[in-house]
Design a protein around this ligand. Sequence first.
Ligand code: AMP
Length: 358
Amino acid sequence: MSLVPGSTIGIIGGGQLGRMLAMAAARLGYRTIVLEPQVDCPAAQVANRQIVAAYDNPAALAELAAASAVVTYEFENVPVAAAETLATKVAVYPPARALEVAQDRVIEKHFLNGIGIPTAEFCPIDNDEQLTAALKKFSGSGVLKTRRMGYDGKGQRVFRNMETGGFAGTCEAMGNVPLILESLVAFEREISVIAARGIDASIAAYDPAENVHREGILRSSTLPAAIRPDTAAAAKKAAAKILSALDYVGVVGVEFFVLADGSLLANELAPRVHNSGHWTEAACLVSQFEQHIRAVAGLPLGAPSRHCDCVMENLIGDDMLQVPALLAEPDLMLHLYGKAESRPGRKMGHFTRISRRA
Ligand code: AMP
């Protein structure tokens, strides 16, 4: 059963992803209610209503459940217990299991490897001795990351060709939280696949985007990615496998490293719409945001085909100064997030340049 127009979709999280979901929901005739502690957040500016409260506030969650026909979320750190409690009162998509998997890099890698999707080698790390031993195993190179709550390269440290030993104090400097050491992947490029699964188990995957990160933050996504057709097909197949294994409903973003021989290692999955899918709003009839709303509302998924090639770039901090010049370009779609204050490293908006096709 699909949601009738006029129904309300609850969104946990009030950032730019929630904002773009709310806009897509409005275009399909739905109302939205956002749960977010920050007043006047980007999503609340375009939603019908905001509940101003913490994501795990029981009274706020009960209010959200009572006001919504279905609840979704725009970030992966929604407390699993909150999603599970909510799910006893209202349909919650994607399922709480997807949160559980995506919130912990060790659980995520076990899950991916368990369904036959290769990742970088990894070791859970809880102290400096374990770090020293793991670095030795990885020949002195690796990426040390927090297991939980990491995003945009935050909470990461790279080791390159270092002698093993002498890492006293590293775990403390990382905050004495559970860590993971991944082998340092010599990738040729990075790609991501945005894919969706409907309530009827149908799957639609957009073509892989080629992504460039700087300081751990996504800078650009280019379509098409410079990869072989069989690599693109393998990435889509892996995304579909993840969706089915999680009995997922909604959009997922899956990031991969592409190795020199064209093979793939999955890096991480995001159980939500993803920055590397923003290009879909300019180059596809059905964007990732509409696709997610269609999925959680029980509507048929849209075709993921692309009507033009494109490059999406993020506007970060002072990049906002480029806005007047960008708007003067003919084949460019701009999207700003309504954030009053620009700070270094803060995502303020994005734009997509399309290459016209006749
Ligand atoms: P993540 O937070 O895992 O998405 O990492 C942010 C970025 O750091 C990735 O997009 C890569 O550019 C780089 N990176 C992360 N993990 C590795 C790894 N194991 N080997 C090489 N580069 C990595």
